[in-house]
Design a protein around this ligand. Structure first.
Ligand SMILES: [Fe+2]
Length: 251
């Protein structure tokens, strides 16, 4: 079942004026803490998404090295499992293929919405999923270190990564959930980890919210906590921009 986002922040107030900066931050922090994501709408022309993201932390380069990426259909990538086409993306966390910490936040904002059906970003709370696990399963996902690999599309672009991580990592500041149904190497653990990965995917199907963008809308989510995916679409003019933001350690 698909639900509409319940963590909405209007960037203009009841008079249509831009929300005061301190109110914006207080509301953003509160919604992020509670829901793990914030969908920002009614965005005034004066709002600068890059400057907003800078206040959340340092930017993590995209695979291509750029700090502010584009998500739009790219020629030659139609046949791959890849954000740069119109196909669906399955639930995953960002940066499970990084050697170190995955980005803490991901920001996506809309330069040009798609016409027609589809194109929603979907999100569900993987920390909440982890809390549904029995003690033995949770301990297994914290202790067992798996090999992970990049997607075929990334290998096609010349990046072949093989980091090793558990699915659940107890970082001092927050639980980190890494997840990919396809790109975790299951090996001899298929019988144990296969059903757990399927359980997470079913949890996502039952609990996700779906975000459809208007121009300038911005979604920010806690990538250590939330899984995200995308519905397929047909309009090749759809254009989002994308920033990955590093974790800022608690002082
Ligand atoms: Fe992603």
């Amino acid at each position: 079942m698909t639900r509409q986002p319940d963590s909405l922040l209007s960037l203009t107030d009841f008079n249509g004026a831009p929300l005061a900066d301190d109110l914006l931050w207080k509301s953003f922090r509160g919604l992020m803490e509670r829901h793990g994501y914030v969908f920002m709408c009614n965005v005034p022309d004066t709002f600068d998404p890059v400057a907003f993201c800078k206040r959340l932390g340092d930017f993590v380069p995209q695979y291509t090295g750029v700090l502010v990426g584009d998500v739009t259909p790219e020629p030659g990538m139609e046949e791959f499992y890849h954000a740069g086409n119109t196909k669906p993306l399955y639930p995953h966390s960002e940066g499970y293929d990084f050697e170190g910490l995955p980005p803490r936040y991901l920001a996506l904002w809309c330069e040009r919405p798609n016409t027609g059906a589809g194109g929603e970003t979907t999100l569900a709370d993987a920390r909440a999923w982890s809390e549904t696990l029995g003690e033995a399963d949770r301990a297994y996902l914290c202790e067992r270190v798996f090999a992970w690999e990049t997607t075929d599309a990334m290998r096609h672009l010349g990046l072949d990564l093989h980091p090793e991580h558990p699915v659940l990592e107890e970082h001092p500041d927050a639980l980190i959930v890494r997840y990919s149904f396809n790109n975790l190497v299951r090996g001899d653990d298929e019988d144990i980890v296969g059903p757990l990965l399927a359980d997470a995917r079913e949890y996502f199907e039952r609990h996700h919210v779906a975000v459809q963008y208007e121009r300038r809308d911005m979604l920010v989510f806690d990538n250590w906590r939330m899984l995200h995916a995308r519905n397929a679409f047909t309009d090749t003019g759809r254009h989002l921009r994308r920033i990955q933001i590093a974790h800022r350690p608690t002082p």
